[in-house]
Structures are given as C-alpha cells and as structure tokens.
Design a protein around this ligand. Structure first.
Ligand SMILES: *[C@@H]1O[C@H](CO)[C@@H](O)[C@H](O)[C@H]1NC(C)=O
Ligand SMILES: *[C@@H]1O[C@H](CO)[C@@H](O)[C@H](O)[C@H]1NC(C)=O
Ligand SMILES: *[C@@H]1O[C@H](CO)[C@@H](O)[C@H](O)[C@H]1NC(C)=O
Ligand SMILES: *[C@@H]1O[C@H](CO)[C@@H](O)[C@H](O)[C@H]1NC(C)=O
Ligand SMILES: *[C@@H]1O[C@H](CO)[C@@H](O)[C@H](O)[C@H]1NC(C)=O
Length: 366
C-alpha cells in the first residue's frame, strides 16, 4: 500500500513541474498591446480581447453585417434576432374574434391578418378546434375560404400566426353557420307558412291541409291503420274483450277483423302522438259479423277518454254497413287532436259478434 502511494505522489509532482516549465517558457502566438487595448491568443487556446476602461469592442461581419458571427456553430446574429424579435400581432377581427355569420352554401372568404413587428412573412395554422367542413385555411395567405356547410353551428377554432423567427401568437376565432334558407328551395302549398329550420323547412299548414309541405288533404288522408299501409304498428292496436283469436291487431281496414264480445268491448288505436283526426272509416267482416252502430272515444294520454259528441251530451252514433266489404266513411264535424281512439260497437247481428276493421283520416304532425 505504501509503495503505491509514493509512486502516485512522485508521478503527480513530475506532471506539475513539466506544466509550469511549458508555461514559463512559452510566448503567446498573438499578443497585441496598445494603450488600453489588449489582444491575446494563448497557446492553451484562450483568446482574450480587452478594450480597457470604457472602450467598445465591435465585430463587423462582412460589409454592412452581411457576414455571420458563429459561436460553436450557432449563428450569433440570428440568435440575437430571435431573442429580440417580437411575436406577430393580430389585427382585431372583432372584439370577440367573431369572423362572420354565414348561411349554408354561402361562399366564405375571410382574410386573416397578423403582422410581424419585424415586417417578416407570417404563416397561419389551425392549432385547436376545427374549421367548418368545406372551409380551409391557406396557411401562406392567411385566407379562410370555402363553402359554408348546411348546418346550424358555431365553429370555434384557434389560429396560430408564426413569424420567420418562430415567434407566434394564437387567436381564438368563431364562425357562425346557419343552414341555408330552405324556404327558398321548397315552399309550403295551400298557403302554408314556411319556416327555415336546420337544413329543412317547417310548414305551418292551414286547415284542412297538412303533411310536410301542406300537400295532403287531411280530410281524406289515411293515418295508416289500414292493413295495406300499416303505419300504426300491431303493438299500437289493443282491445277490451276480444272474441277468440280475433285480436285487436286484426282490426285494420282490409285486415282479418277484430271481433268483440258484447257492448263493453272496444277496439283502440294508438297513433303514437297527438294527431289531428278528421274522419273515421269502418268495414264489417262478413255477412254475419259486422257492426251497424258504434261511437268514438278520444284521449291524449290513454288514460282519460271522452266520448265524441256533436250534441254535447250523448255520444255521436255512427252507422256501419251490415255486410263484409263496404267501407263506411265519415268526417268529424270538427277535427279532434288525440293520440288514442276507441271504437265502441253498440249494435250488430246479435246472433253473432260485433266485428270491425277500421282506419282514421287526418294528418300526423311533423
Ligand atoms: C484559459 O483556459 C483555461 C482552460 O483551458 C481556464 O482554466 C483559464 O481560466 C483560462 N484563462 C483565462 C485568462 O481566461
Ligand atoms: C453599406 O451601407 C451603407 C449605408 O447604409 C451604404 O451606403 C453602402 O452602400 C452599403 N454598402 C454595401 C456594400 O452594401
Ligand atoms: C312523437 O313526437 C315526438 C316529438 O314530439 C317525436 O320525437 C316522436 O318521434 C314522435 N313519435 C311518433 C311515433 O311519431
Ligand atoms: C260515453 O258514452 C257511453 C254510452 O252513452 C256512456 O256509457 C259512458 O259513460 C260515456 N263515457 C264518458 C266518459 O262520458
Ligand atoms: C243475423 O245472423 C243470422 C244468422 O246467424 C241471420 O239469420 C239473420 O238474418 C242475421 N240478422 C241480420 C239483421 O242480418
């Protein structure tokens, strides 16, 4: 152990002495000494420039700074430019960054403007949110352009303006898009009043017209209980006291027929929603099974039913036909808004059962 220690000490001493000798012996490769100004390039690689008290040192690369000054490969002048440069400044598009209201299908052409205080080129990019579909950003020109989509939406997005030095400024912008005014393309018939809704129209029809464009005469329009249309599903047909397997869903015009039991029986149709009802239709089922008198009950909630009356007291009794096929049709004196309709038979061939095949006339609300 002691031997190793001594050997190390000896070696260190030799190295130190050698270094001192080199220092003492050497002259600096470059040494300029002028009153107050010193330039040293030492052979250990150090280089010193000293201008003395209050003196300036100026480095002028190229003529009029067209050259560069590098520090370990870094362009010092460019670094200073980056450090000193200011980020772009957005021009106000509106106090809330709102760049416009557009109708669907309308041309969008908005010039964004952010200025680089150093006067350089600014490029633009979307960094958050999304432009409306069909609208794009020209990153060089700062143009937001395209065709506004047919939608009712406010689009919010963040645009970043970046200058030559990489300094940037973000701005949150908003674009409001309203669907195109569809009333200019489609109109309501029969003097219905058109209202522009999201990508569509809504007609407020004048009685007795209905349907999407008031093109339907609700006095004669089937609500589709009829088995050939079956707009009303089987599950929306119900009955009280049905005979045998002739259940409610058969009680459709041109269907197999619903058979009741007695004067407590009824057949019910659920139209799914409160619907304007203008008329009723009814068929018997065969030469023995038919209904020759019935009345109607209406309900909006399926719970509380009122008899349809024209006298204000007793229910209005409708006749049917005592045969299998004739369709009895009757308009209501006043249209009724209801979701549930009950057909209550009061007379039939007493040797048999009451039978009904029904439909309703009116218009569904859209
Ligand atoms: C010269 O460089 C050495 C490192 O090589 C450093 O330790 C020393 O302080 C420098 N001398 C001066 C005068 O800057
Ligand atoms: C350098 O700049 C000066 C003053 O701006 C100008 O007069 C001169 O022509 C420039 N020289 C060159 C080589 O660009
Ligand atoms: C009933 O109306 C509501 C809106 O009021 C609608 O969402 C629904 O689809 C309608 N149902 C039917 C069966 O038409
Ligand atoms: C409907 O009329 C029938 C037959 O007249 C009657 O028995 C019944 O109580 C009435 N119902 C309502 C809710 O008025
Ligand atoms: C009722 O049906 C029977 C047969 O079961 C028939 O004899 C009678 O004529 C029918 N009544 C009416 C009014 O049609």
């Amino acid at each position: 152990m002691a031997i190793v220690y001594n050997l190390f000490k000896t070696l260190s001493l030799v190295v130190l002495l050698k270094s001192l000798a080199v220092l003492a012996a050497s002259e600096d490769p470059l040494q300029v000494n002028y009153p107050s100004v010193t330039v040293h390039a030492k052979d250990n690689g150090n280089f010193t420039m000293s201008s003395g008290y209050n003196g300036d040192i100026e480095i002028l690369p190229g003529v009029n700074n067209t050259g560069k000054v590098y520090f370990e490969g870094e362009d010092l002048l460019y670094l200073f430019e980056i450090i000193l440069s200011e980020p772009p400044v957005w021009s106000e598009h509106s106090p809330f960054g709102h760049i416009g209201d557009f109708h669907g299908g309308e041309k969008v052409f908005v010039q964004l403007e952010a200025l680089d205080p150093e006067g350089g080129q600014v490029t633009y990019s979307v960094v958050a949110g999304a432009l409306p579909p069909g609208v794009a950003l020209d990153s060089t020109l700062g143009l937001v352009k395209g065709l506004a989509p047919d939608a009712d939406t406010t689009y919010t997005f963040t645009i970043r303006a970046t200058d030559y030095q990489g300094k940037y400024a973000d701005k949150v912008l908003q674009m409001k898009v309203r669907g195109s005014n569809s009333c200019t393309r489609t109109t309501c018939r029969h003097e219905g009043i058109c209202q522009d809704v999201i990508s569509d129209i809504q007609c407020t029809c004048i009685h007795p017209y209905g349907g999407k464009t008031c093109n339907v005469d609700c006095r004669s329009n089937s609500l589709g209980v009829d088995s050939r249309q079956k707009v009303v599903p089987d599950a929306h047909m119900s009955a009280y006291k049905s005979y045998s397997t002739y259940l409610a869903y058969n009680g459709r015009l041109n269907g197999a027929g619903w058979y009741g039991m007695d004067s407590e029986s009824w057949l019910q149709v659920d139209l799914g929603n409160v619907t304007q009802i203008n008329g009723v239709q009814m068929q018997g089922c065969s030469s023995y099974y038919y209904t020759t008198a019935f009345y109607l009950q209406f309900s909006v909630d399926g719970n509380s039913f009122t008899n349809y009356t024209t006298s204000g007291v007793s229910p209005k009794i409708y006749p049917g036909y005592s045969d299998s096929g004739s369709v009895y049709t009757s308009s209501l004196a006043q249209p009724v808004d209801a979701r549930y309709v009950r057909f209550v038979p009061t007379n039939w061939n007493r040797s048999h059962r009451p039978c009904m095949r029904v439909d309703l006339q009116g218009c569904y609300n859209h």
